[in-house]
Design a protein around this ligand. Structure first.
Ligand code: KIV
Ligand code: ZN
Length: 512
């Protein structure tokens, strides 16, 4: 029988560390449910000691998820580890993931600790965690740039203390596939008790090789766990992408000879959910989940695919969920059909009142747009969730005028702590005028570092989904807004980003 490759998803922890990708508890819970439906083996739900918000999100996920192991990250100290154990109390299967940096650079410059101090702290941390839970993962941060003798000493000691998984991060994305694969192999060969733990790979994508390095860690090094994120979300150039690693191992089973527990038919929905929630748009030519991944534009390819699909297709689009991308509901769809579609999308609404509110938003949208896609439903559910949060700013209405040769004008009404305010401005275009009108009242002083518009379902009739990324006082947030009118979508996205700037609690960065 083939070995199993464990898929450890860290979208909600390492993915969320990407500037602007922070998610609310409800958003994280919805993504965790989708990951469970995808049959991910381990969900790293967050870093409980980093903030109260993250603690609550990990607690909620630990209580809700039954089929996947739920993991909490902690630095290698008793306080962080206790906090992670506390958040995981309700989990059917819980794991503590503790880490400390082991590279000379990180020990000296970041931790200001000697190698012996790091060695002792790693041992004590794993011992402490093992007294609280049976499933403990240890990561030597910046492991790939660590001295191999020192790393062998640390890893042998933490396995002796009871670490059940050893994860070797290429924290800065410096590795090359063959070298990384051999690095894991060397560690496993040199550490006498290496067979007492499962070996795991965790690669960042700074040189575009996170997936290739992870695969080498599996094939050459013998790792049996891969850490990855949906859409490769993550700091800087991101992490190893779940959809790519999973489909590589599945499509090339002849080469890897490994089993996976993943139900790949839910990949696309997971990708869309993460992109829509974080505002990180998926590039059209992205493998597996990009809009063009299965589109055959050239005449020769189309002809070949029509005659026999496998002439140009190595995977079946429906195996990763593409056929689910159909018109699902319309103006005549009833409440039951809507409710069932919510369930199929993994959206759990707390009460019938919430479903009714979302259904009336759906009806409003269906009056303006004849075909409603899954993405539209997810966008309106997310808007519905935000309407429950006592947010500082809320969109009310917008009118704007633009004509060739004239400077566009916008007039917007929005709420500030529930009280309506009206503001007007001109601008280079209608979007610019609308956002300037908001800023004229709010005076946030935030710098816009990204503005992007995406047609949710690919036609001019579709909703425009706008992402606005704002930066202020060292903080970066993304706001997302959707509406068939892209000027309105832009105003909603801007207000959503302002709300996040106001409310985002300070949190401790895992690798800071
Ligand atoms: O990249 C990294 O080193 C990490 C660790 C905390 C596992 O994310
Ligand atoms: Zn990482």
């Amino acid at each position: 029988m083939a070995d199993k490759l464990i898929i450890f998803d860290t979208t909600l922890r390492d993915g969320e560390q990407s500037p602007g990708a922070s998610m609310t508890k409800d958003e994280k819970l919805r993504i965790a449910r989708q990951l469970e439906r995808l049959r991910v083996d381990v969900i790293e739900a967050g870093f409980p000691a980093s903030s109260n918000g993250d603690f609550e999100a990990v607690t909620a996920i630990a209580n809700a998820i039954k089929e996947s192991t739920v993991c909490g990250l902690s630095r290698a100290n008793d306080r962080d580890i206790s906090r992670a154990a506390e958040a995981l109390k309700g989990a059917t299967s819980g794991r503590i993931h503790t880490f400390i940096a082991t590279s000379p650079l990180h020990m000296e410059k970041k931790l200001r600790m000697s190698p012996d101090e790091v060695f002792e702290q790693a041992k004590l941390a794993v011992r402490f965690a093992r007294n609280l839970v049976g499933d403990v993962e240890f990561s030597p941060e910046d492991g790939y740039r660590s001295d191999v003798d020192f790393l062998c000493r640390v890893l042998e000691a933490v396995i002796h203390e009871g670490a059940t998984t050893i994860n070797v991060p290429d924290t800065v994305g410096y590795a090359i596939p063959e070298l990384y694969g051999n690095f894991i192999k060397t560690l496993r060969e040199r550490i006498p008790n290496s067979d007492k733990a499962i070996w795991s790979v965790h690669c960042h994508n700074d040189l575009g090789m996170a997936v290739a390095n992870s695969l080498a860690g599996v094939k050459i090094g013998g790792a049996r766990q891969v850490e990855c994120t949906i859409n490769g979300l993550g700091e800087r150039a991101g992490n190893c992408s779940l959809e790519e690693i999973v489909m590589a191992v599945k499509t090339r089973k002849d080469y890897f000879d490994l089993d996976l527990g993943i139900d790949t038919r839910h990949i696309l929905a997971a990708s869309r959910m993460v992109s829509q929630t974080t505002g990180f748009v998926v590039q059209p030519n992205k493998a597996v989940v990009g809009a063009n991944a299965f589109a055959h534009a050239s005449g020769i390819h189309q002809d070949g695919v029509l005659k026999a699909r496998d002439t140009y297709e190595i995977m079946r689009a429906e195996d990763v969920g593409w056929t689910a991308n159909k018109i699902v509901l319309g103006k005549l769809s009833g409440r039951n059909a809507f409710k069932q579609r919510l369930q199929e999308l993994g959206v759990a609404m707390e009460s019938e009142a919430d479903i009714n509110a979302a259904f009336s938003r759906f009806k409003e949208l269906a009056d303006r747009k004849s075909e409603i896609f899954d993405e539209d439903i997810l966008a309106l559910v997310s808007a519905e969730e935000h309407s429950h949060v006592a947010e500082q700013f809320g969109f009310v209405s917008l009118s704007q005028h633009s004509e060739t040769g004239e400077r566009p004008q916008a007039r917007i009404v929005f709420t500030v702590h529930g009280k309506e305010v009206t503001s007007e401005s001109d601008g280079n275009g209608p979007v610019d005028a609308s956002l300037k009108a908001i800023e004229a009242q709010v005076k946030s002083g935030a710098e816009m570092v990204l503005y992007s518009v995406n047609a949710i379902s690919g036609s001019t009739e579709s909703q425009g989904e706008v992402t606005v990324r704002l930066q202020n006082a060292g903080r970066v947030v993304n706001g997302v807004g959707a509406d068939p009118d892209i000027v309105v979508a832009s105003a909603k996205a801007y207000l959503s980003a302002l709300n996040k700037l106001q409310s985002q609690a300070e949190s401790v960065a895992a690798q800071g």
